[in-house]
Ligand binder design. Structure first.
Ligand code: 1HN
Length: 370
């Protein structure tokens, strides 16, 4: 009898090697060819088998090492002074999970980085420091702790830290491994090394950051959000308001997507981001879906069970959920909300029609290992 996911059945490749076949495979290899049935079950698994493994990067361990980079390398020599987070299964492509890259960038007081642009899209989530600024396509933005900002594909960007005393650390998220996997990377240094920024700081927040749109907004025709920054205070307030009106999702708690205000869609074509609140004492149900997610603990503490492994987290920690991994979150502290920021490749999954999701529904409530 065949069971589900058994490769020893009609419809799957089940050719046994013989000396004759092995000689044949060598002949094919000599012509840069091969027999599909030797790899078919590996390249077409029954369901996603990501190389990425669930991983947590503890901020209290990484922070001193990120700070150590400040005197060790000059920003101008490094380009960007970043400690990247590499998934043990994805070191070959510098991914933190799936085809997503993330890292912690530190800028010393008064530092400024030169401008460049690339095919990859980038996003930032600020972890500490109050002096960070960035110029995205000529627009100066000032960002503080827990603010979220985007640097869409192809936009010139540069940044710095105007504090006179404290460094700034922010998390970068990029789709670089995706762009590289598709052989589509481009990179340019700004011819003048810096952009000429407009006079109005945070102009996109002033223009598009409310619940109303400016007249004529439909003339924006770029494939990304015209709103480049999402300050923390209104974001958290929106989350608390939603929490007053709904129970939220059984899998994600009270969750909101940062969106392009003109379309309601993701802020950039390849990556989207969420903010979610887990109420004190809340434990979500497990589910899984295609698409990779990187979570950053914005506030509070809690734990997640990912593919059968438990990860305890607190503010500043970053952890990943690989595609199709069962996951559930809990905030056991009954007196405090826990808030998770996350970004993902869902727009890619959706636009390519790869999106699938499934609720975990075993009566014993324990996650299987895959
Ligand atoms: C990049 O452009 C930045 O602009 C940060 O701050 C991290 C990682 C890989 C490639 C480009 C930035 C990056 C990056």
């Amino acid at each position: 009898m065949t069971t589900a996911y058994d490769d020893n059945q009609i419809g799957r490749a089940r050719v046994r090697d013989t000396p004759e076949l092995e000689a044949y495979y060598r002949e094919l290899a000599g012509l840069d060819a091969g027999a599909l049935w030797t790899v078919a079950n590996d390249i077409e698994p029954w369901y996603p088998r990501p190389k990425s493994v669930p991983t947590l990067w503890a901020y209290d361990q990484l922070r001193p090492l990120v700070q150590k980079a400040l005197p060790l390398v000059k920003a101008d020599d490094a380009g960007r002074r970043v400690v990247m987070l590499t998934n043990p299964g994805r070191r070959d492509v510098s991914a933190a999970v799936g085809l997503l890259y993330t890292g912690l960038q530190i800028m010393g007081p008064g530092e400024a980085m030169t401008a460049h642009r690339h095919q990859a899209s980038a996003l930032r989530f600020v972890l500490e420091g109050s002096g960070a600024w960035t110029v995205v396509d000529g627009q100066k933005l000032k960002v503080g702790p827990r603010d979220f900002a985007i640097t869409p594909n192809g936009t010139w960007h540069e940044h710095g830290n105007e504090s006179t005393v404290a460094p700034c650390i922010w998390q970068d998220g990029l789709d670089i491994p995706l762009v590289n996997a598709l052989d589509a990377p481009f990179y340019e240094v700004h011819p003048d090394l810096h952009q000429v920024a407009g006079d109005v700081v945070n102009s996109s927040v002033l223009t598009y950051g409310g619940t109303l749109l400016p007249y004529g907004a439909e003339r924006w025709s770029k494939p990304y959000s015209p709103l480049f920054a999402f300050p923390w205070e209104p974001t958290y307030e929106a989350l608390l308001r939603l929490a007053r009106s709904t129970e939220g999702s059984p899998y994600d708690g009270v969750i909101m997507e940062y969106t392009n205000p003109l379309t309601g869609g993701s802020v950039m074509p390849t990556m989207s981001a969420h903010i979610q609140l887990l109420r004190g004492g809340q434990a979500t149900q497990a589910h899984r879906h295609t698409g990779s997610v990187l979570y950053t603990v914005a506030q509070g503490r809690g734990c997640s069970v990912i593919a059968g492994r438990r990860f305890d987290w607190q503010e500043g920690d970053i952890f990943c959920v690989p595609s199709w991994a069962w996951h559930e979150h809990a905030n056991p502290d009954t007196s405090e909300n826990a808030v998770l920021f996350s970004f993902n490749d869902f727009p890619v999954m959706r636009s390519l029609a790869f999106w699938r999701e499934e609720a975990f529904s075993e009566s014993d409530g324990r996650q299987p290992l895959d």
